[in-house]
Write a protein that binds this ligand. Sequence first.
Ligand SMILES: NC(=O)c1ccc[n+]([C@@H]2O[C@H](COP(=O)([O-])OP(=O)(O)OC[C@H]3O[C@@H](n4cnc5c(N)ncnc54)[C@H](OP(=O)(O)O)[C@@H]3O)[C@@H](O)[C@H]2O)c1
Length: 301
Amino acid sequence: MDAIRVNLIFSKLRRYFEGLLPESVKLLPLKRFFWKRHIPFFMNDKPVAVVTGASRGIGRSVAIGLAAEGYDIAAIARSTDSEGMEFLAQEVVRLGAQFFPIGLDISCTSCHKEVVSNILERYGRIDILVNNAGVAPLQRSDILDMSEESYERLMNINLKGPVFFAQKVAREMLWLKEHIELYKPVIIFITSVSAVLTSTNRAEYCISKAGLSMASSVFADRLACEGILVYEVRPGIIETDMTIKVKDKYDKLIHEGLVPQKRWGIPSDISKAVASLARGDWAFSTGTVFEISGGLNIHKL
Ligand SMILES: NC(=O)c1ccc[n+]([C@@H]2O[C@H](COP(=O)([O-])OP(=O)(O)OC[C@H]3O[C@@H](n4cnc5c(N)ncnc54)[C@H](OP(=O)(O)O)[C@@H]3O)[C@@H](O)[C@H]2O)c1
C-alpha cells in the first residue's frame, strides 16, 4: 500500500473517531457487510416516515395516514409516555406498520444527531420527513408588548429546530439515495396560513412560520438537483389542541364567512394531502406550497 493511501485511511479513521463524518458514513462498513450477505432486516424493506409532533393533532393524523400508505413510522414528540403516543402506536401497528416512538424537544438542536442516528440504527433508512412539531405563543399579546422570551421560544421550536433537523435528515438522504434502489426521498414542512396572514396579537408565530416557509423554498432549491423533493403544506384553521383555547372566537368568525368554505379544517384534511405527496402524485412540483385552508387564500374585494 502506498503512503498516500495509508494517510487517507488514517485521516478517515481520525475523522470517524472525532465524530466529523455523518452518521450514515459511520454505519457504512456495517451496512456494506450486511449488504454483501443480503441480510434484509438491517435495511428496512418498507419505506420509513419520520413525523415530528406526532402525539396529537395534525402530526398524529399524518403518521396514521402514512402508516396506511405502507410506511413504517418514527414518531417524535417531547415525551413518548403520553395517551396520544399510546393511541398512535396502536393505530400504526393495527395498520401493519412498525412504530418507533422518540422523545425529543425539537428545539434541542444538539440532540438531533443522536435521534437521527437512532432512527437509522432501527430502520436503516428515512424516506419521508414531515416537519410538523410547532407551538403557539403561551399568551397572545399585541406586537408592541411581545416579549423576547416568547419570541425566542417560538423561533427555537417553530423555526430553528425544524430547519436544523431537516438539515441532518437531508444529509443522510443524500447518502441513502446512493445505496437504496427506487429511493424517493421527500421532506415536508408544515407551516401555516400565518406565514402570509398577519395576526397582530401573535406576531412571533407569524414570523416563525414565514421563516419556515422560506426555509422550505431554500431546501427545495438546494435539493432539487439531488432528487430530494421538498414541499410546504400550509394549513388554515384546524380543529386541534392548538386552537381549542380560541374555539368560540373562530366558530363565530368561520360562521360569518372568514373561511369561504365555512367550516373548520380537521387533521385528516392535512394528512390526506401529505399522503398524496408521499405517493408521488406531485413528483414534478418540488418547492410548491399546498395551502389547505378552505379558501382563506382567496383575495376578496
Ligand atoms: N391547528 C391549526 O389551526 C394549525 C394551523 C396552521 C398550522 N398549524 C401547524 O401545524 C402543526 C401541528 O399543529 P397542531 O394543531 O396539530 O398542534 P397540537 O395539536 O398542539 O400538536 C402539536 C404537536 O407538536 C408536539 N410538540 C410541541 N412542542 C414540541 C417540541 N418542542 N418538540 C417536539 N414536539 C413538540 C406536540 O407533542 P407533545 O406535546 O407531546 O410534545 C404535539 O404532538 C404546528 O406546526 C402548527 O403550527 C396548525
